[in-house]
Design a protein around this ligand. Structure first.
Ligand code: C5P
Length: 221
């Protein structure tokens, strides 16, 4: 599967990062987490004291953000300049701010171009919100990974708070529901575009979900 490009989109908490990594490992492909790029740009803007509401300023600076990514699915890396930001970009202050950056269309144009350069080399699973529609609409395998809101909230609550009790789920609502509502104003990931296969993981284990995606790869290639 040397040159294969697999595009995976889905909302927050759909499990797409884990699934995409597992699929990439199974097929010996590279793995590109585009959400990490939006998060890293957000981290850099905050680090440099940029007001995210100043869209013109954010747009004028995005081209300068020195992002480097490591695409090994077993150990993905992301650096801004010399700084390893893998951990910092998962903080809730970044999750809370990232949509303001991602809904800036100049930011999207810049990051989509960087993502398309990786996709053009082939041999990669690319995961995000607009991969099946904008970044790699011609990829032979395009998957929308969905799950019920209940399942997505429970998963994120587990990730962030180690529990799916009511309080943990409530604390996760902004992270999931509000962010998806904001993000879906600029990317269409709540329903499948033409020709995109849907995998609903609400009632599937991780292994079963990975299996379903691998079956689609078999079918489409
Ligand atoms: O997937 P993850 O939750 O890490 O994505 C972080 C944010 O990056 C999303 O909430 C969204 O604002 C943005 N994003 C995007 N387009 C993508 C991937 C992520 O706008 N392809």
């Amino acid at each position: 599967a040397g040159g294969l490009v697999i595009a995976i989109d889905g909302p927050s908490g759909s499990g797409k990062s884990t699934v995409a990594r597992r699929v990439a490992s199974a097929l010996h492909l590279r793995y590109l987490d585009t959400g990490a790029m939006y998060r890293a740009v957000t981290w850099w803007m905050l680090e440099n004291g940029v007001d995210l509401r100043d869209r013109g300023r954010v747009a004028s600076l995005v081209g300068e953000v020195p992002l480097t990514l490591g695409l090994d699915p077993a150990a993905p890396e992301i650096r801004v300049g010399e700084v390893d930001v893998a951990r910092a970009i998962r903080e809730s202050r970044i999750s809370a701010a990232v949509s303001a950056v991602a809904t800036n269309l100049d930011v999207r144009a810049d990051l989509v171009a960087r993502q398309q350069a990786v996709a053009a080399e082939g041999g990669v699973v690319v995961e995000g919100r607009d991969i099946t529609t904008v970044v790699a609409p011609d990829a032979p395998v395009r998957v929308l990974l969905t799950a019920s809101e209940e399942a997505r909230l429970a998963r994120r609550a587990h990730e962030l708070h180690g529990s799916a009790a009511a309080a943990a789920v409530d604390a996760t609502r902004d992270e999931v529901v509000r962010r998806d509502a904001d993000d879906s104003t600029v990317a269409r990931f709540l329903e499948a575009a033409d020709g995109v296969d849907v995998v609903d993981s609400s009632h599937l284990s991780l292994d079963e979900t990975v299996g379903a995606v691998l079956e689609l790869v078999e079918k489409r290639t």
